[in-house]
Design a protein around this ligand. Sequence first.
Ligand code: ADP
Ligand code: GN1
Ligand code: MG
Length: 368
Amino acid sequence: MAEIRPEVIDAFQFQGTYMEGIPYGSGHINDTFRVTFEENGTTRRYILQRMNKTIFLHPEELMENVTGVTQWLRKKILEKGGNPERETLNLVPTKEDKNFFVDQAGDYWRAYIFIEGAATYDLVQNKEDFYQSAVAFGHFQGLLADYPAQTLHETIVNFHNTVDRFAKFKKAAAEDVMGRAKDVQKEIQFVLDREALAHTLCDMQAEGKLPLRVTHNDTKLNNIMIDDETRKAICVIDLDTVMPGLAVNDFGDSIRFGASTAEEDERDLSKVSCSMELFELYTKGFIEGCQGSLTEAELEMLPVGAMTMTYECGMRFLTDYLEGDHYFKVHRDGHNLDRARTQFTLVKDMEEKLETMNAIVKKYGFSK
Ligand code: ADP
Ligand code: GN1
Ligand code: MG
């Protein structure tokens, strides 16, 4: 984790005297801190992030996206009589009125107003929260439906191109730079056996059967803030990967993370399954949140979206394990392997529950 150097604290238009900065949250990508300031007895908190510049190769383009999207959301939220201070991220500008700061070490930093009285979760605590998060992610897509997509930079090329992910996985397994492949043959085979799944959605998109929309692309439960009192999902965060993508993938990534009965890095795989109760709640909420915008093909492919995102994520964790853990933050030996294993356990469980998932989608989706 990076240190917060004084020049970084000085660079932004924070109000008050700097009190403390602590590492915050459980994101796998950026270095996130909660920083606290005080002024005349008033405490103000902010989120300060060092952006991951090995993953996001053009942080200035990424920040153009975040600025554009948050301004857009702010306008839409105001039109609907909402509170943009809590319902969207609010960037704190630098003293030079820029949306990011580059420190002497060449690291890129940005700051947001800290959303008070709300939290993110790594595991569903309360089933209603999960339903609320579904409505909010569906609604988020609706708010961005007419966003000028051509102005968005592709912050990570081929981000949810599962076919490309599969090719990269095969390369990592063949090169085996860490000499780890021999111990994970079963997991490697699991991925290879499901090459067809890598193609399903990509092919449908290429054939024009699934529309490209402005999507979030990282819709896990800990990327949405839930209000402590009202328990409403108030704000979608982590906008680094807002880009044109597939609605079914946004749905699928939420199921992958939030409908699991265990945390993403659980080592006891007997605890890991895809809860059909949570799947049903999320399906109902997401379809409602999208307010009739999903096509028949999208509705039909929602369960496949869940399987694909889980498969792709497991493949990405295993690729990173094989390559020496340079992408996702790891906190113990074998962390990425543990994560890959939970994902494959979920994929297997979803394969067995596909008919049930299809029936649930039919119940909520095709009654228009
Ligand atoms: P990463 O890309 O590494 O996942 P995130 O942008 O998701 O980084 O931030 C990591 C965590 O920090 C989030 O899961 C959330 O708990 C917290 N967080 C981010 N932005 C805010 C905010 N504006 N207010 C309060 N908490 C936030
Ligand atoms: C990363 O940034 P974070 O922790 O919300 C990753 C997602 C993965 C997820 C797995 C930019 O999300 O794609 O699905 O980890 N984000 C990026 O938990 O790669
Ligand atoms: Mg995050």
